[in-house]
Design a protein around this ligand. Structure first.
Ligand SMILES: NC(=O)c1ccc[n+]([C@@H]2O[C@H](COP(=O)([O-])OP(=O)(O)OC[C@H]3O[C@@H](n4cnc5c(N)ncnc54)[C@H](OP(=O)(O)O)[C@@H]3O)[C@@H](O)[C@H]2O)c1
Length: 325
């Protein structure tokens, strides 16, 4: 059978014949893969830069997907932590890390949307005691996960939601999906940080997809303008598209009730993630949450890998064998 195979972290995966590993655990099952999303996390898995990378090659990338079990049921699955992931015609899953799809759910939409959706869903439901009515700033709201975060904050009862991002068109479009206000991060970074401070000084929660300079520069302007600095502000670090490091000003931690924490693989247990996924599958299946998914044959993996997805799109690989089965 065929899969996307990484043989060197310096090169894109190639569509190659490879043997399927034997299922070995009591809960293992072989699925026909119907769809697997090309998330930023998968790119960092395939180039060896993700913090969870184990340095094992060859590697079949893919952290999740939709597959069909031998009994015909279709499931969303999180790929087990092995060197054989979801970007293959067939793969081995641990059925305990899977969620049955409701009748009529679109495998491509589910494979595209689960990863960006769970970033904010899990952060708000598992990392903090988020209360309806609280207000949220989404830093990096123009990406797939940031757009989802705007929708999800509202779905979970947020009062005011402010979206901050660079792309002007997608920033404008955030209003239609629930943002009460938007802030442009375009142009001079310090001026942009001041704009964030002015717009978002009273929020309760920051969902941060950027980190790097935009996060570093926004902290103090935001805290300084707060009417009551003893009221908690929880900054949840989720993504780092603007840089892996940010210098946290010591004054930020002393001068305000400022809590900084992260949400991702490791800071939330697998059981914690799995408990949240059925509700998320339902919200995607019934259309409350969606992303702009672009299905691409898995055979084209090498060509597509090097070309960034169009703005606001999520590529989903569709192995033709699985899709046609
Ligand atoms: N921890 C978790 O649970 C979790 C789960 C999912 C994703 N993530 C992480 O979240 C991040 C975003 O993922 P995604 O799915 O939204 O990716 P995406 O769809 O590729 O979007 C990334 C967005 O980042 C913006 N961006 C890039 N560099 C920027 C910069 N220097 N300043 C401001 N904006 C910048 C771009 O927006 P513009 O076009 O406006 O520039 C782009 O649309 C990634 O780091 C990903 O690994 C974490």
């Amino acid at each position: 059978m065929y899969a996307a195979v990484v043989r060197s972290y310096q090169e894109s995966p190639k569509f190659e014949a490879i043997d399927l590993p034997e299922p070995s655990g009591a809960h293992d099952a072989v699925v026909d893969v119907l769809a697997a999303g090309l998330h930023p996390r998968v790119r960092s898995q395939a180039d060896g830069s993700h913090y969870a990378s184990r340095g094992e090659l060859p590697l079949v990338p893919g952290i999740d997907g939709v597959g069909r079990l031998p009994d015909g049921r279709t499931v969303y699955f999180a790929a087990p932590d092995t060197a054989f992931g979801s970007m293959a015609e067939r793969t081995v899953i641990d059925v305990r890390l899977s969620v049955p799809l409701p009748e009529g759910a679109d495998p491509v939409q589910i494979a595209a949307a689960m990863n960006p959706a769970m970033s904010s869903w899990v952060a708000l439901r598992r990392r903090i005691a988020f209360r309806p009515g609280q207000s949220v700033l989404v830093l990096g709201a123009t990406g797939n996960s940031g757009q989802m975060a705007v929708r999800i904050a509202k779905l979970l009862g947020a009062g005011r939601v402010i979206g901050a991002g660079r792309d002007p068109e997608r920033l404008r479009a955030l209003r239609a999906i629930g943002a009460d206000e938007t802030v442009s991060l375009a142009g001079d970074p310090e001026t942009a940080a001041r704009r964030v401070g002015e717009a978002a000084a009273e929020v309760d929660v920051v969902l941060d997809y950027l980190w790097g300079k935009p996060a570093e520069l926004a902290m103090v302007p935001l805290l300084k303008r707060r009417s009551d600095r003893s009221r908690a502000l929880t900054w949840i670090q989720i993504g780092s598209v603007a840089g892996p490091e940010a210098a946290v000003p010591s004054a930020a931690l002393r001068s305000a009730n400022f809590r900084l924490l992260g949400s991702g693989q490791g800071s939330v247990t697998t059981a914690g993630y799995m408990a949240e996924l059925p509700a998320l599958v339902d919200a995607i299946a019934d259309g409350r949450l969606s992303v702009n998914a672009v299905p691409v044959p898995l055979a084209d993996v090498a060509d597509v890998w090097g070309t960034p997805a169009g703005a606001g799109q999520r590529i989903v690989f569709v192995p033709t064998r699985g899709a046609g089965a």
